[in-house]
Design a protein around this ligand. Sequence first.
Ligand code: ADP
Ligand code: MG
Length: 286
Amino acid sequence: ATPTALMVGTGRSAKLGILIKNGEALEAANKVKTVVFDKTGTITVGKPKVTDVIGDERTVLSVAASLEKSSEHPLASAILERAKSNGLSFAEATDFQAIEGKGVQAMVDGKLAFVGNDKLLQDHKLGAQLSKQMTALQTEAKTVVIVGLDDQVIGLIAIQDAPKPSSMSAIAQLKQRGLRTVMLTGDNKLVAEAIAKQVGIDDVIADVLPGDKADHVKALQASGPVAFVGDGINDAPALTTADVGIAMGSGTDIAIESGGIVLVKNNLEDVVQALALSEKTFSRIK
Ligand code: ADP
Ligand code: MG
């Protein structure tokens, strides 16, 4: 690639809101066989909302909110927003701990409280009825967190984050180009599959712990160069491991730093634009 041609390509793309931070990323984009997407904030809008509360709503929400006020997770904001709009006051929580890929826990009124997924349950039991309700909600593409207090599960909170309007057509265009599309997420399999179905993604890898995303990218690289598209702190290693790391402009600073390409408009159709630009730039130089 000649420097001049690269400048033309990247200058034009910057106007469209596609920032190319390095020429290698652009060149590699041309050879990609698989496009891997994070779910929350990448395929979905990233503004989750509480839709259902199972159990005593006041107690479940106020316990959950007293823990989540110390968390920066998007699910935490959804729970806080709902608790506030219900006018609930939160109990004092101490010894707060965030458990990566699982949830949060703290002491509330001298009792151990937790909010998170079933990986956090350990000795606790969900019970047949709650399990059934949880599965039903997850099948509706809702992320469900379990709220526990003092050795007991006290309820469930279902949280929904809709796909971006652009996600479906972006995936369709990538598939038209003959590319394989994969979703890689820390969320539950049922939820991930429901969202994947809504937007047309072929394959789902779910229940992935944050530290394992990069390893999954490496495994996918066995069938050719991989582009990874993400926004979160936990996406940074995958963004640097991939042949082309594409970060959402709305993403965390570390994701933006780790991506070779940044999509300022957060629109997944710009992934297609970036690939097209790479094709044009590098066929013109040849
Ligand atoms: P991703 O960003 O790919 O959705 P995360 O690793 O951030 O995945 O989270 C995975 C799962 O861990 C969430 O779907 C949720 O079940 C649980 N979790 C993580 N943080 C929290 C939190 N603050 N409150 C409740 N659940 C949480
Ligand atoms: Mg995300």
